[in-house]
Design a protein around this ligand. Structure first.
Ligand code: ADP
Length: 256
């Protein structure tokens, strides 16, 4: 049962106004309780799969049904790494939602940051057979936390590579538009169905859980990216056409 702590509101007195604001507070508390309940349920659901995979392998090993092999240990290791990533991402998200993610802001050249991020992803892109191009010809300055911006870029870029087939292409573009700094991450990959576009930033949402599992994502990358960009006073948008590709656009207030 849910505790209802609301008090009756009557008359136009001071007391009535107090009661009304007390009720508003009680409702806000119940909403945040509901959100927490959902978060815990989501996390339990997400952690269950890697855990039961692990358990299955370990039981098979001890029963002698599964033979130990280098591949098996590698995949066991991969399951533990995935759980670790889910927990790390959740921690960032929880801190952000509580307003406790501390941003250390400094003048940042977005063009430079993006070029560096691309360099860091060259090997992953090459392994996936995806060509990576950077179009950031001039410095574009923003006031931002460079580590958190790198995290945003990393999430968008690794998605673009992950959801693009071999021989595909990812383009990173940085420009100043009016007073804004604009980063686009464009791929010619699998795309996102029109009906799903509004859900991509939702926690743990994935178009295709099986593919996502296979590629080692946590379902939290875009939620975190959205949060960080919003906390910087910016916006993040997505356009996509199925089987043709996806473009994420990040707009940040430029440095005056
Ligand atoms: P993850 O990539 O770990 O699953 P994200 O929050 O980063 O989690 O992304 C959520 C979902 O959005 C992905 O599972 C995928 O279905 C979809 N998605 C994200 N980026 C792209 C992209 N560039 N192209 C196609 N689908 C994408």
């Amino acid at each position: 049962g849910r505790l209802d702590v609301r008090v009756p509101v009557g008359g136009g007195s001071e007391l009535a106004r107090l009661s009304a604001s007390f009720n508003a507070m009680a409702e806000a508390l119940q909403r945040s309780e509901e959100r927490q309940r959902r978060l815990v349920a989501d996390v339990a659901h997400e952690m269950r799969t890697p855990l039961s995979n692990l358990r299955g392998y370990l039981e098979g090993l001890s029963d002698g049904v599964v033979q130990p092999s280098r591949e098996l240990f590698a995949s066991l290791h991969e399951e533990t790494l995935l759980q670790r990533r889910i927990l790390d991402d959740l921690q960032v998200l929880a801190l952000a939602e509580a307003g406790d993610l501390n941003y250390t802001t400094a003048p940042v050249d977005l063009a430079d940051l993006v070029s560096g991020g691309a360099t860091a992803h060259r090997v992953v892109a090459a392994d996936a057979g995806v060509a990576l191009t950077v179009d950031a010809p001039a410095p574009v300055w923003v006031d931002a936390d460079p580590d958190r911006l790198r995290q945003v870029l990393g999430n968008l870029l690794s998605n673009a590579i992950r959801y693009t087939d071999r021989d595909g292409h990812v383009l990173l573009r940085v420009r100043a538009e009016g007073t804004e700094a604009v980063l686009t991450v464009q791929d010619n990959g699998v795309g996102i169905a029109p009906g799903d576009l509004s859900r991509v930033f939702d926690r743990f949402w994935r178009a295709d859980p099986a593919r996502q599992r296979a590629t080692g994502g946590t379902g939290l990358g875009l939620t975190i990216a959205h949060r960080i960009v919003t906390d910087h006073g910016g916006r993040i948008e997505v356009t996509s056409r199925q089987h043709l590709g996806t473009t994420f656009t990040v707009r940040l207030p430029g440095r005056p």
